[in-house]
Design a protein around this ligand. Structure first.
Ligand code: FES
Length: 193
């Protein structure tokens, strides 16, 4: 069944944002419509979008693959995206990833049997100073992760169970000088010294 068949006004409005002949520029907002409505973008939807923008499924998929915000398979209500790039890797993101997968008993592309959780490795989330961190669904960052903090977050998400989240607890580190050295005033557990 077509996603856009009964959304012609919406498609026309999106296409109208771009010059005639540049329909391919509409690929991102069209992907976003599907992602928001269905939680992922299936191959059938990719083909539909490709037809609308006069492109190919391969080209649409290549755009999708560049952005971790689009999923090609169903995700849980809490889609846990762990940054694996250098700063986070040096701060222990591998261990966080392994711990998450073991605790939830899932891997990439899986969803927990209760439909709550899925996991994904992503590239730099742009908050290297608070590594290691993860983004949850399209919302908050949860930073300075430890196993203890992960356990607390998972318990909170399970208790909610509806995709809602606690306030994102951004923990920007505080840098001060001590004996001439710059030190960070935050512990591995996230507590400010
Ligand atoms: S390396 Fe993880 S946020 Fe930049």
């Amino acid at each position: 069944m077509s996603f856009f068949a009964n959304k012609q006004a919406l498609v026309a409005e999106i296409l109208s944002r771009y010059p005639v002949g540049r329909e391919r520029s509409a690929v991102m907002p069209l992907l976003r419509e599907v992602q928001n409505a269905e939680g992922f973008v299936s191959d059938a939807r990719v083909a539909e979008i490709a037809a609308i923008i006069k492109s190919t499924p391969t080209e649409v998929k290549s755009v999708m693959s560049f952005y971790s915000t689009y999923s090609s398979s169903p995700t849980g209500k809490y889609h846990l995206q762990v940054c694996m790039t250098l700063s986070c890797a040096l701060a222990g993101s591998d261990q966080m990833w392994d711990y998450l997968c073991e605790t939830l008993d899932i891997g990439v592309g899986d969803v927990t049997s209760d439909g709550l959780f899925s996991v994904q490795k992503v590239e730099c989330l742009g908050s290297c100073g608070t590594a290691p961190l993860m983004q949850v669904s399209d919302s908050g960052y949860y930073e300075c992760l430890t196993k203890k903090r992960l356990n607390a977050l998972l318990a909170d998400f399970k208790a909610r169970g509806d995709g809602s989240m606690p306030e994102s607890d951004t923990r920007a580190p505080v840098f001060v000088q001590k004996n001439g050295d710059v030190v960070t005033q935050i512990t591995a557990e996230g507590a400010i010294l």
